[in-house]
Design a binder for this molecule. Structure first.
Ligand code: XLS
Ligand code: NI
Ligand code: NI
Length: 445
């Protein structure tokens, strides 16, 4: 079956960077300017934006109460699945090029529909990856990360690596081997593992200890294969506390860190932090980034937002400059994302049925992050916060602080100092409100 090569967004040209104060053009970047220098690096290099294939091209606008609302010809129920997959790929590259995002991310099943047998599914995937490789070459669009969908098919209902049935583990391993090799072939810069079903619905039927051993084994096999094939990209685990499962083992950054330590995988994996997953875990996005940075685990970002009124993963496009400034501040202080980037793991609202809404969503998100980058750079350049923090901890650099850290003090020696009156600490202000005012003064500029 042939597919139309007509553009899906005929009225859209490449999205322009608008001149300061421009009002007449609706679709254009007001803050994002890829070539603008920020702290010695181009904006594009700081932010490394990626369009995510699944939400942007596969999501039909359905929810648990209602069917798809978006009119996307490649979702037609009567269509030939491979012809539609090709059409979807055409539209994806048209969209990403017109948007001007340098990267994309995908799951194996996003770009090639699953067939009746594993071999047939793999052949379909190879065919789609061949076509994608050509389009990447043509457009210069790169792969931020690849991944395998180990959660959608019914075989994974009780988990992939953590399934009670070892044959499901084997099936997932086969799928990851293929997806990792394809990511390598497409020069992907990272490979992500999100354990969507690696958790439980009820402890009544779950051997939690065994499942965690299985997951540790799985992650070790992936790392082993990465080295075997010479993939130099970064492996990333993506935390999420629940949804679709009641509890997911990779619940937050701290849980993953403990897990990596237990299974001797520190150094093999970093973390892909998603905003809405952090908030579902009861943490702020800033907290998760700061925690990852503190342990050398900051890998990449899934940029989106939740709705504070709802307790689920709403995956909306980011639009809070305040929330993102705090995140970018942590990222800049940590030295940037390295091979990571900002992947828009976000979807349109079900009522946003106009294809142009896809542009509005991405442009708004890219502008929000760009503005946040500029604000975060000011916080660093003007030393809005750090000087105070350094001074607050200065005691640890000399005298008794230094001796404690170097192991030269004991409970006995410290007791002696306090008992003799040589140590008699006085409370000092943490100056939180003053710092909040300083931050707000920058946000208001
Ligand atoms: C779902 C996850 C998923 C991962 C990739 O909640 O965010 O989209 O990013 O498997
Ligand atoms: Ni995600
Ligand atoms: Ni999510």
């Amino acid at each position: 079956m042939s597919v139309t090569a007509d553009p899906f967004f005929p009225e859209i040209e490449r999205i322009p960077v608008l001149a300061n104060g421009a009002t007449s053009v609706d679709l254009g970047f007001r803050a994002y300017d890829p070539d603008r220098e920020v702290l010695g690096k181009r904006m594009e290099e700081h932010l490394r934006f990626a369009v995510c294939y699944w939400h942007t091209f596969c999501f039909p606008g359905a929810d648990v109460f209602g069917e798809g609302t978006f009119d996307r010809p490649w979702h037609a129920s009567e269509g030939d699945p491979m012809a539609m997959a090709h059409q979807k790929l055409d539209v994806a590259f048209e969209f990403i090029s017109k948007l001007g995002a340098p990267f994309f991310c995908f799951h194996d099943r996003d770009i090639a529909p699953e067939a009746d047998t594993y071999r047939e599914s793999a052949a379909r995937l190879d065919e789609m990856v061949d076509t994608a490789a050509g389009k990447m070459e043509e457009t210069g669009i790169r792969l931020l990360w690849g991944t395998a969908n180990l959660f959608g098919h019914p075989r994974y209902a009780a988990g992939a690596a953590t399934n009670p049935d070892p044959e499901v583990f084997a099936y997932a391993a086969a799928q990851v081997r293929h997806a990792l090799e394809l990511t390598h072939r497409l020069a992907g810069e990272n490979y992500v593992l999100w354990g969507g079903r690696e958790g439980y619905e009820t402890l009544l039927n779950t051997d939690l200890r065994r499942e965690s051993e299985q997951l540790g084994r799985f992650l070790a096999l992936v790392a082993e294969h990465k080295h075997k094939i010479g993939f130099e990209g970064q492996l990333l685990v993506e935390p999420k506390p629940f949804e679709p499962t009641k509890h997911q083992y990779d619940s937050d950054v701290a849980a993953i860190y403990a897990f990596l330590q237990k299974f001797d995988l520190v150094g093999e994996y970093k973390i892909n932090i998603e905003v809405n997953h952090a908030t579902l875990a009861g943490k702020s996005f800033q907290h998760e980034i700061a925690t990852a940075a503190a342990h050398g685990l900051l890998g990449s970002i899934d940029a989106n937002r939740g709705d504070p009124q709802n307790g689920w993963d709403t995956d909306q496009f980011p639009n809070s400059v305040e929330e993102m400034t705090l995140a970018l501040y942590e990222i800049l202080r940590a030295g940037g994302l390295g091979s990571g980037g900002f992947n828009f793991d976000a979807r349109l609202r079900r009522q946003s049925v106009d294809p142009l809404d896809l542009f509005h969503a991405h442009i708004g998100a890219m502008d929000t992050l760009s503005e946040s980058l500029l604000k975060a750079a000011i916080l660093i350049e003007e030393d809005t916060l750090q000087g105070f923090v350094d001074e607050r901890y200065a005691g640890w650099k000399t005298g008794v602080g230094c001796e404690i850290l170097e192991g030269n003090e004991s409970l006995e020696s410290l007791h002696a100092l306090v008992n003799a009156g040589a140590i008699d600490p006085r409370p000092r202000s943490g100056r939180q409100e003053w710092l909040e005012n300083r931050l707000n003064a920058v946000l208001r500029r």
